[in-house]
Every structure is written in C-alpha cells, then in structure tokens.
Design a binder for this molecule. Sequence first.
Ligand code: NAD
Ligand code: MG
Length: 400
Amino acid sequence: MVRAVRQIAVLGATGSIGSSTLDVVARHPARFRASVLSAHDNVEELVALCLRFRPDIAIIANEAHYAALRDKLADAGLDTRAMAGAQALADVAGSDACDTVVAAIVGAAGLGSTLAAAKAGKRILLANKEAIVVAGALLMQAVAESGAQLLPVDSEHNAIYQCLPCPAGETAIGAAARPGVRRIVLTASGGPFRGWSRTQLEGITPEQACAHPNWRMGRKISVDSATLMNKGLEVIEAHWLFDAAPETIDVVVHPQSIVHSLVDYVDGSTLAQLGNPDMRTALAYGLAWPERIEAGVPALDLAAIGRLDFQPPDESAFPCLRLARQALIAGPAATTVLNAANEVAVSAFLQGRLRFLGIPAVLESTLAQLQERGHGDLAFLLDLDARARRLADELTRSEA
Ligand code: NAD
Ligand code: MG
C-alpha cells in the first residue's frame, strides 16, 4: 500500500514541543513532511529550520518581521513562501497547505489557529492547552461538527487517551469513549518546589522556577509546573477532552514522571501509561495514530528506576490547583479569566515584576473582581480575555 505523506503544520516550531515534533518528523521522511513552520519573532531560528525542512510556507507571528523573513528566505535560496500575523496562522491552519496541525504555540495566542484547524477537519495534535482552557466548548463543538481528529499530546492526556476504551478507528474523545470508567487520575511531578512550605516559596527566582527536575520545557509552562497551575489547566483540559465531570478528575503527585496518568474502571481495574519523560512519545503517537512508530525514546528500565512514589498535592502551599478547580466549576467564563490572569502574572514574574507567591494572589483577585457568568461565542471570549488581562495587569502592579 502506498501511504500519502502527511503534510504537517508545526505551529510554534521554534519551541520545545516544536523541536520535539520536528525530531520525530525527521526520523520518518517517507511518512511525514513539515509543510508549514511558524515562530513568534525569531526570524533566524525560523529560517534555519526552513533550510533543514524546506516547508512550503513559513509564518512569523510578529508582523513587524515579515520583510526580514521574506528577504532571508530569498537570500538562502529557498522558495518557501513568507507570511506573517495571527490571521495568517489561522488561514494556513485551515487550508490545503497541511492535513495535520501540531498546535504548539504557547498561550491563548494559539487559539485562532487551533480553532481554524478544528473547523477545517484537520488532524490536530493539541499541546496548546491554553486554547482548550479558554474556549473548550467552541473547540469541541468545531471538532464534532467537522470530524477533525483531535489527538491530545499533553503527556497526561495522551496517557489517558491511550488508556480509555476506544472503538476501533475512532478517536477516544468525548463521553462515548468512557463506558465503565470511574475516574481519571492525572499525575503531577510536583515541580521543582515539591515539599516546600509557603515561607520557603517567598523568594523564588525565575531561574529556580524554570529548572524543572524531569522535563525541559518553555518558560511559561515551567512556571506553571512550579505553581501547580499547569495541573489546574490540565484538569480543565481533561474535562473538555474526555467530557469528564470535575469530581471524576483527580490529581496525584508522582515525582519520577514515569506514570503519565491513569484511568480507573468501575470493576476496580486501573490502567496506566508509563514511559520515560520525553514528549516525543506522545507526539509520535499523535502523528502516526492509530499506528505506532519509533520516536527516539529508549525503552523504560523499571529495575534501574527502582521505585515509583505517589502522594497527594499540597493545595495550601500551591493554591493554583484549587483556583483552577473552582473556575472549572464556576463555568467557562471563569476559566477564560483564570487563563488570561495567569498568562499576565507569569509573564510579570518572568520579567521580575511580581513575586512567585504574587501569581496565585493575582489570580484570586482577578477571579473575584471579574465574575462574568455568561457563555458565549468567540467574540465574547476574546473580549473577556482582554478585560481579564487589563485587570490582572493592574493587580500585578499593586501586588509587586
Ligand atoms: P515554548 O515557549 O518552548 O515555545 C512556544 C512556541 O510558540 C515558540 O515557537 C514561539 O515562537 C511560539 N509563540 C510564542 N508566542 C507566540 C505568539 N504570541 N504567537 C505565535 N507564536 C508564538 O513553549 P513549549 O514548552 O513548547 O509549549 C508550547 C505549548 O505546549 C504550551 O501551550 C504548553 O503548555 C504545551 N505543552 C508543552 C509541553 C512541553 O514539554 N514543553 C508539554 C505539554 C504541553
Ligand atoms: Mg502535561
């Protein structure tokens, strides 16, 4: 059988998930081709990737760099077409330039392209968890209507996906994939400050927060892992992906990051997916699904690892998990506000303008002061996102 080469748009190609994706793509030239690459504002890195992968289109999100991208591609002798801006990302994600979109942009900035890919019925490898936290209902509706294949690559959700009963040929998304399931259990590494008290967390620097013990990731998700907000965002993500009620999604701290998550069944069985902490496993799974391919990840050596530990999360030292659960129960407007405030607070922390413990404080105040309860379309959510960012920015200045 001759298999068509999958044409892959790697949105956020210069990031941690982007480079892991391209590593897997490069291992399988007969299966995959990177037809579209994007970056935020690093033209040099994007052009270097274009020289290596020869995509049809390169997109720089920051429009101010359009001319530089166009000229450098031409200077390099490439016929890759230069494009720029958020609208270009969405247009290309929904176009014939790709059949698969790896959503690896960080933050709500990835929402437009992820939604466009969903509406156009693409295979979507979802890393960009903020998109589903901001607009879960819209995204899942677009997937259902278009028949898009949504494959979670966040390691926990990918693990759950692999452990759910899935009818042959269908994707394990939504309630239909959960007969006999009692509970979903997300594992959390606990981040670099696991076991620390609130007092010890007082003077944390961005460098300390970004030094994750098990995973090498972008700076924003590294801070989210350190505050446990990453796990809070993942509870919300699991709710939408698997149509799971909040009380059926649990979190357990597992410092070794070997068990990537678990599913409890009503008969007392628990299924887990294990593996070395390397995102290429989840990305290879999503790229080749329903087949399995080599990802460059060594086999697990449990005897060498020796032991696996589990403990409950400490929600008093790390209140972000509780705040995320409360927002999920309050409704979709609250999770949009939560995400926007978190993006603002994390960015302020990374720039040295907010203390580490100021992050949950800003989230709590933003959620208390902006109690929008409505549901709404994309325009409603984007307006709410903008209002929450303005408020969180003001609160950040008074917290600092
Ligand atoms: P990163 O910071 O390493 O990379 C982010 C990418 O997005 C870069 O290519 C950057 O150029 C681009 N980008 C940044 N801001 C942009 C904007 N405003 N518009 C367009 N493009 C923009 O981040 P990462 O660690 O690769 O994470 C990417 C996403 O995947 C995040 O949503 C994160 O939560 C999720 N994720 C990451 C990991 C991981 O191991 N890194 C694991 C699970 C989920
Ligand atoms: Mg994760």
